[in-house]
Design a binder for this molecule. Structure first.
Ligand SMILES: O=C(O)c1cccc(C(=O)CC[C@H]2O[C@@H](n3cnc4c(=O)[nH]cnc43)[C@H](O)[C@@H]2O)c1
Length: 243
């Protein structure tokens, strides 16, 4: 059976999973720090991508080329976009991913990549621009399982940015371009690579902060990454998915 690959941008975002799944270091995956665990659901490979879109795309390409997984899961922390109903410590599940910065600044305002007419990726007849579609059934299944397990979780579109929105104004500007519940810096890059390789992709983030005027005293990275990993441990071991 093909493995499941689970990624995050930093060690901290995988540490609980590595420990609780008894994962052993795995060498030979290029520049990536990785671990392997054998679960009832099959083999799980955990890998640290590094921060940002370039690191994420590079890692995803290497992992999908080498391992051809049956599922790619990305986790970590993220910022709750105003109006999402999310609070610090909640889970956010991606219904789609989006690059809300890629486009053109025109005299009439910002426009997305569809204005240029060059897609970010094409698979068969399907061309995508700023928004990357995800496996809706898989995301809904994860949402339902989260609720059953007592996690507070919201399913909705994610934003992947180059610049963390450290002002409420910037968050609202991006949300006016595309709907969003959770901001992060890697997800859309992983989702785009998964789209190209026709691999199911699930993204689950713990909310570490609100997208608001930057105030680090209100952030809780540890709670966010612990909640996301606690959920994934249960999801991998008990949800019955993915078989
Ligand atoms: O502003 C700071 O000084 C600061 C301190 C610690 C961490 C950060 C981050 O921006 C973390 C980026 C990292 O975590 C994800 N993340 C978490 N919250 C957000 C957000 O509101 N907007 C974008 N990315 C976020 C992201 O995926 C990165 O991996 C800043």
């Amino acid at each position: 059976m093909k493995p499941i690959v689970l990624t995050a941008s930093t060690d901290m975002e995988l540490a609980v999973l590595v420990e609780r799944l008894g994962a052993a270091p795995l060498h030979g995956l290029g520049h990536l720090k990785a671990w392997r665990s054998a679960l009832e659901a099959g083999e799980v490979i955990l890998a640290v991508t590094g921060i940002g879109k370039v690191n994420a795309a590079c890692a995803a390409t290497l992992l999908l080329e080498r391992l051809a997984p049956r599922l790619l899961i990305n986790t970590g922390c993220g910022g709750a976009i105003a109006g999402s109903g999310l609070e610090v410590g909640d889970l956010a599940l991606a219904s789609s991913e989006c690059f809300p910065e890629e486009g053109v600044q025109t005299p009439q305002g910002w426009r997305g990549l569809d204005l240029i007419g060059i897609p970010t990726a094409v698979r068969g007849e399907r061309a995508i621009f700023n928004e990357v579609p995800l496996d809706a059934a898989l995301a809904r299944q994860a949402l339902q399982f989260a609720g059953e397990q007592g996690f507070r979780a919201v399913l909705g579109p994610f934003h992947t940015v180059s610049t963390c929105s450290g002002t409420a104004e910037r968050g609202m500007e991006l949300a006016a371009r595309y709907p969003g519940i959770c901001e992060n810096m890697e997800g859309a890059a992983l989702a785009q690579v998964a789209f190209i390789y026709d691999t199911p992709f699930l993204e689950v983030r713990g909310i570490s902060n609100l997208v608001e005027d930057r105030d680090l005293s209100r952030w809780n990275l540890k709670l966010a990454v612990t909640e996301a990993q606690n959920f994934l441990i249960k999801f991998l071991q008990f949800s019955g998915f993915p078989s």
